[in-house]
Design a protein around this ligand. Structure first.
Ligand code: HEM
Length: 247
């Protein structure tokens, strides 16, 4: 068994299973976040019974909350094995200059050669993201304090154009990381048939584009709600007043 965790295929297998789990998390996360865009379309962004509020209430049910340590473990395994895989591969291929002489390096996509760098950028901004939302909701909840209004947090975060741009850069990094990660995950678990590999590359691009575009819509929608007079103004105005008082 110890061999499995350190063997070449074992390492990649763990990386792909933990990656699949993280993609499922992202799909659920973006679905609930996208409720804010639907709320806006209905003029209910910020309403106490808005769709996004219901989504957040669902995420704070005890049965969902016990998933948090599992999720954290999934991230940890993916990060540790990602770095480990990269270091082992670098050593096997002769260090950082390996791409200068071989032809394989040129055939690899930019994303595939930069998975670990992209992963570290994603991780850095994830820490920033957790201070905006998780620390003011679930963490407070765990400590027995009242969580902040999730619409208020969206407005407070995305009303700042610099933070909006950092988030958009983050989504681009995630898009690049998933573009390679998606089909590579299937290749690792044995779907290495050439026709299917081509199809999976296309499906990977479609899935990562949909996920990341949906995240961009949520962030840009938050910016619009904070700055424009929208159909949800009756709910948004009091939240913006609260934000102004916090400053
Ligand atoms: C527009 C983009 C995003 C918004 C508005 C957003 C919003 C939120 C909110 C409201 C929470 C707190 C949920 C709670 O505590 O009940 C949260 C937590 C979290 N977010 Fe995001 N998120 C976004 C993008 C992302 C992305 C791209 C990732 C992953 C790379 C991510 C990873 C996480 C993680 C790991 C947590 C903590 C676990 C959890 O509470 O489910 N988020 N986010």
């Amino acid at each position: 068994m110890a061999n499995f965790f350190t063997s070449s295929i074992g390492r990649k297998f763990i990386q792909s299973i933990s990656g699949a789990f993280l993609i499922l998390f992202l799909a659920l996360h973006v679905t609930i976040n996208f409720f804010t865009v639907i709320d806006s379309a209905k003029g209910e962004f910020g309403a106490p019974d808005g769709l996004f509020q219901l989504g957040c209430d669902f995420m704070s049910l005890p049965i969902v909350k016990i998933m948090v340590p599992v999720l954290a473990l999934g991230f940890l395994i993916h990060i540790i094995y990602g770095i480990y895989l990269t270091v082992v591969n670098l050593k096997a291929r002769g260090g950082l200059k390996r791409y200068e002489s071989g032809s394989k390096g040129k055939a690899d996509s930019w994303s595939s050669r930069n998975m670990v760098v992209l992963g570290l950028v994603i991780l850095g901004i994830l820490a920033f993201h957790l201070t905006h939302f998780w620390a003011k909701m679930q963490l407070l909840d765990f400590m027995g304090e009242e969580a902040w209004n999730p619409y208020l947090l969206i407005l407070k975060t995305f009303q700042n154009p610099v933070i909006l741009c950092i988030y958009i850069l983050w989504f681009v990094a995630i898009w690049l990381h998933l573009n390679h990660g998606f089909w590579s995950m299937f290749q690792t678990v044995g779907w290495n048939n050439q026709i299917w590999l081509k199809r999976l590359k296309v499906i990977g691009i479609v899935v990562s584009t949909l996920l990341c575009l949906a995240f961009v819509c949520v962030a840009v929608n938050g910016y619009i709600e904070a700055h424009c007079d929208t159909a949800s103004a009756q709910y948004v105005k009091p939240l913006l007043d609260q934000i102004a008082m916090l400053k």
